[in-house]
Design a protein around this ligand. Structure first.
Ligand code: AHR
Length: 501
């Protein structure tokens, strides 16, 4: 019997709701078609945003949305995307498919989307091909209330009030598509650019995010931290976050592999490679600790998720992929790991929100489907701004088909939600085996349990013809005995137990 020990009396920190954040880039059909169809579209919309997509995202409680990239951010010149749409500059989206970007979705549209979603904003600035002046003026345009050239321009373009920029990214992947820089060179640029990311309203300080490493590039983390490092009293307002990017490519960057056609071996390889993020958090975190013992700088995992070969017949530059139960497990594992490291991980943004990589929503014309990943986010929303509770799984079987890619069969996190209830989210990574679990609560009486499960065979996914193959169901396979809940978690599933004590 697997034992899950939960001590509701030990709170281990706040799980920032931003850990369940999203990312939307001008890439493929993420923004255009997926989210924004324009005011004149036949698809029902509000100020150009698809009503079906916005409503589904609101239900899932998107806490924060990163935009406009990605690699696109370091080629984006924000002034091309303001003013009358017919006058906006058309450009080539060189990174993503070489298609024409007509800039009809720009700064005003982004803030309108966030207003409709009720989420925080995370704008990513251009260091790679942009100037300090351009970045500084964008911040002034977005956030300055008084009289100034940029605030006046915003007002002329129809928005009297400033917006709130909660997070501002100073460049993206500057070790690669954002300028191929060395850590020291970027570190010095960060020092300079961030100086002009002014907070005009001290009631709403802009949290500045420095470009961090890709995967296990510890040299980048150390080089950037040592170059930007200042005495701890200066850290606040200088650097609030350092990013980390990690994608799960089961077959490696070159091959990637199909999103829907895979065998048992690739299943376990994918999940094992997903679990590797815990090592990355610990190792990059240890380097950050050298410069920031008090954890004032958050680790911002602003790109994560599966990256497979795109769907046959689609533009390879659009990164459109299907989403199966395997993606559901990847999401559940990542979110549990982020919860458990909430002392350092302050935000995470799955890539990407609609129609790109591990999307929560796919669209085709006026049709929309919710992916298995969507359902996991919807189940996990109970953890947003909750307190992480002490929890440990004991005697869990190690499973898999190859030594290198073995994984523990179960994976969990537990929190005390803002609703006063205890929330257990637990994943069964086995393709074939159900497990009996005894959840033992330290000195706590259990009054009521409500269960929800997402389970199916490993390849199961939703399609436009059959949109409800993978869906959540209520779960009653448990018994409460004193301070214990005994339940059987089905193979290949994500389970949420809401416990009233
Ligand atoms: O999410 C797709 C791309 O992956 C982003 O544009 C880039 O930052 C990363 O390499």
């Amino acid at each position: 019997m697997n034992k899950l020990f939960i001590n509701p009396h030990i709170k281990k920190g706040k799980i920032n709701k931003e850990i369940q954040g999203h990312f939307s880039e001008h890439l493929g059909r993420c923004i255009y078609e997926g989210i924004y169809v324009g005011e004149n579209s036949d698809i029902p919309n509000t100020n150009g945003m698809r009503n079906d997509v916005v409503n589904a995202l609101k239900e899932m409680k998107v806490p924060v949305l990163r935009w406009p990239g990605g690699c696109f951010a370091d080629e984006y010149h924000w002034m091309d995307g303001i003013g009358p749409k017919e006058n906006r500059k058309k450009m080539i989206n060189t990174h993503w498919g070489g298609v024409v970007e007509d800039n009809s979705f720009g700064t005003h549209e982004y803030f309108e989307l966030c207003r409709q979603l009720g989420c925080k904003t995370y704008v990513n600035g251009n260091v790679g091909s942009g100037t300090v002046q351009e970045m500084s003026e964008w911040v002034e345009y977005m956030t300055f209330e008084g009289v100034s050239p940029m605030a006046d321009l915003r007002k002329k373009n129809g928005h009297e009030e400033p917006w709130t920029v909660d997070y501002f990214g100073v460049g993206n992947e500057n070790w690669g598509c954002g300028g191929n820089m060395t850590p020291e060179y970027y570190g010095n640029l960060y020092r300079r650019y961030q100086t002009y990311v002014r907070t005009y309203d001290w009631k709403k300080p802009i949290q500045k995010i420095c470009c961090g490493a890709n995967v296990d590039d510890y040299n980048w983390t150390d080089g950037v931290m040592s170059t930007t490092h200042r005495a701890p009293e200066f850290l606040h307002g200088f650097m609030d976050g350092l990013s980390l990017h990690y994608y799960t490519h089961p077959e490696g960057w070159e091959i990637k592999g199909s999103a829907t056609d895979f065998d048992d071996k690739v299943w376990y390889k994918t999940l094992s490679k997903t679990m590797y993020i815990e090592k990355l958090i610990e190792r990059h975190g240890a380097i950050m600790d050298k410069y920031d013992k008090e954890h004032k700088i958050g680790m911002i995992i602003d790109e994560w998720g599966t990256w497979f070969t795109c769907e046959p017949g689609t533009n390879p530059g659009f990164l459109y992929q299907q989403n199966t139960m395997r993606d559901a497990l990847v999401a559940g594992i990542n979110l549990n790991i982020f919860n458990k490291h909430c002392d350092r991980v302050k935000m995470a943004n799955i890539a990407q929100m609609v129609n790109v990589l591990q999307a929560v929503i796919l669209t085709e014309g006026d049709k929309m489907i919710l992916t298995p990943t969507y359902h996991v986010f919807n189940m996990y929303k109970c953890h947003q701004d909750a307190q992480l509770l002490d929890s440990n799984l004991d005697e869990v079987e190690i499973i898999g088909v190859e030594d290198e890619f073995k994984v523990p069969a179960l994976n969990e996190s537990v929190s005390l939600g803002e609703d006063g209830k205890i929330h257990i989210t637990i994943n069964n990574l086995s393709i074939e085996k159900d497990y009996e679990v005894e959840a033992i609560f330290t000195e706590t009486d259990i009054k009521e349990v409500v269960g929800t499960v997402l389970t199916n065979e490993m390849h199961a996914h939703n399609t436009f013809d059959d949109p409800n193959v993978v869906h959540t169901e209520s779960f009653d396979g448990y018994k409460v005995v004193d301070n214990k809940i005994v339940f059987t978690i089905p193979a290949c599933s994500v389970l949420h137990l809401e416990v009233t004590v």
